[in-house]
Design a protein around this ligand. Sequence first.
Ligand SMILES: [Zn+2]
Length: 428
Amino acid sequence: MGLFHRQFLLGITCIGCLTVATPGWAQATLESWRVDPHRRRLEFRTDQPTQPQLRVVGGQRVVIDLPDTRWRQPQTQQDFGTTQVRIAQYQPDVARLVVAVPEVISPAQVRLEPQGSQGWTVVWGVPVNASTILQSAQWQGSGILLRLSGPEVVGRVRRSKDRQWLYVDLPNTAVSSSFQNQTRPYNLRVEPGAMGSLRLALEVKTSDPDWQLRPIPQGLLLTRPNSTPSTNQTAPPAPPPRPGTKTRYTVLIDPGHGGSDPGAIGRGGIQEKEIVLDISRRVARLLEAQGIRTVLSRTQDVTLDLEPRVALAERVNATLLVSIHANAISLSRPEVNGLETYYYQNGQWLARSIHKNVLKTTNAPDRGVRQARFYVLRRSSMRASLVEVGYVTGAQDAPRLASSSYRQQVAQGIAQGIIRYLDNLSQK
Ligand SMILES: [Zn+2]
């Protein structure tokens, strides 16, 4: 919000009001919950009536917020095959249940059914386009058998840039609720694919040639070609597989402002809060498509102080925090346009990586990587960066920031900057 960012003020003025206002909000308690991944349903009960709010985030997470409700236990996370349930006190007065599902689903495929006034069932469905079901993956000595039922599919194999992952994309395919991710002898798991399709990620040795996929009567067989020819044996041995990759990281994306705080307002009335939420969602989708767990500090147009943003990042144990804002200066300065990226202490290389990549995808004027004492940068323990994606008051930036194609370019740059940065972390 402008060169004199509102974050400074909120950070100082709002800590007091938060601590005063907190007690007494929550009335109901989330008492019990139960998930049945095979029937794709979650049941939960509260001790008082409440009004659950349900939405689908990033195509793969069903988020249920219980207003005025407390979760009186530590944050919970449990895996049920490829389905994961997380429960936390998201805000002082909001308990949150998150069901992470293995396929990409649309909001129309999820329903919330009341069971009396204090019980609910959430049911999520198989993607509508999917006609083939992946039943299991099994190591067979010569390869991995992907057992499929339904119409034949033509799978596609791709390799990650760092050569550590092999991706198998299966169009029009859903995963059986009894499917188990594998860890031995290979780490193989389901990841989000495009809408209606399924992606399997297989961790391989960087020295491995590409694996091959061929149809067999039971489904598809994924085989590792014979070891490298002897002429290659003078090459240095490949390093042992690392215990994990960037997929074990969590990124918190923080769209600035929201609700009663519009942030900067620019040419044509464009509002910072709306622009940055849209860009943030796009970044989250791009990161999740790479298997990086991503948490948004807000997914809607809601008022949110700075303190809970940082608290959330700490609670989800985020590896990185990236706050997304748009800049402003007086409307009489239309010539001021461009990208600025900020860090406080430990986020300098993250900021540089994001900045460089956004410049690449957008060709925006370069206003530099800078150090500043923004609240979210100062108060977070993880590496953090704040991106000012452009000037809503700028003659060049304003119309670009209003367009969805430009927002996608910005999001691609931010996501790439984060991914490159995590790649470097993985290699240490
Ligand atoms: Zn701002």
